[in-house]
Design a protein around this ligand. Structure first.
Ligand SMILES: [Zn+2]
Length: 244
């Protein structure tokens, strides 16, 4: 391949967007900005992709001392999976013109990682609701156990909360010992604990990180959560790569 790589291969490895694909949306629009239009900017100067301009609605833009007359597709790198992706002008237009986002706002995550982030927020909210139900049904216990496992993997919950999952799995087993969902969750919990033990041992060996104004226990916990979150992020990314 190498030097024969054609231009359109530039985007072959980009993360896919389910609606717009992985390549920029090229069109025939040639943007013009009049001389007297002060404070009008084009995202071209920040790495927008030539030939992808769509007209912006300047009336509905908020948040800065200038306006965008056009939006362009932009090539960015995802902060979670480190894949490149296109932040589409159409997405930008929707956010800024319809939802009123700050006009400098760009997405820091690819579509897949945005979904993961949204799911995690939804889980946090739902977890709070489920906690307040006194006599949970079997289905609610299953839902809560699944959510707890996800939140442990997201490092939103710490090791202290493993006990909650175990209690949930016990009550699921009591409520319906033949339940087919129990076994996969036990495996998941076991995986989580195995990874946690390994990471804890690594951290104990390395000791507290200097430069943080925290107690030793808090310092170790902080490192633990960061490493756990990183571990499961990598697992998700390898799944994404396997599917893309
Ligand atoms: Zn990503």
């Amino acid at each position: 391949m190498g030097r024969f790589k054609s231009q359109q291969d530039t985007y072959a490895e980009f993360a896919e967007h389910p609606r717009y694909g992985r390549r920029p949306c090229f069109n025939d629009l040639v943007p013009k900005v009049g001389r007297d239009e002060k404070f009008v900017m084009m995202t071209m100067c920040r790495g927008g992709i030539k030939g992808t301009a769509i007209e912006a609605d300047m009336e509905s833009q908020h948040g800065a001392a200038y306006y965008f007359k056009y939006y362009f597709d932009e090539a960015l790198k995802c902060v979670d999976c480190f894949r490149q992706f296109i932040f589409f002008a159409k997405e930008k237009k929707y956010r800024c013109d319809a939802l009123g986002y700050h006009i400098d706002a760009v997405s820091t995550r690819c579509y897949d990682c945005r979904q993961v982030k949204t799911a995690s927020k939804r889980n946090q909210k739902r977890y709070g609701e489920l906690q307040h139900i006194e006599n949970r049904t079997l289905d609610q216990n299953i839902e809560m156990a699944e959510i707890c496992l996800s939140l442990l993997e997201d490092a939103y919950l710490g090791m202290g909360q493993v006990q909650i999952v175990r209690m949930l799995l016990n009550s699921i087993a009591r409520q319906d010992e033949t339940n087919g969902q129990l076994e996969p969750m036990l495996v998941r919990l076991h995986d989580y604990e195995a990874v946690a033990e390994r990471i804890k041992a690594d951290i104990a060996q390395a000791g507290a990180l200097p430069g943080y104004n925290l107690s030793k226990a808090a310092n170790l916990e902080m490192q633990f959560r960061a490493k756990m979150s990183d571990h499961w992020r990598q697992i998700r990314v390898s799944r994404l790569l396997a599917n893309s």
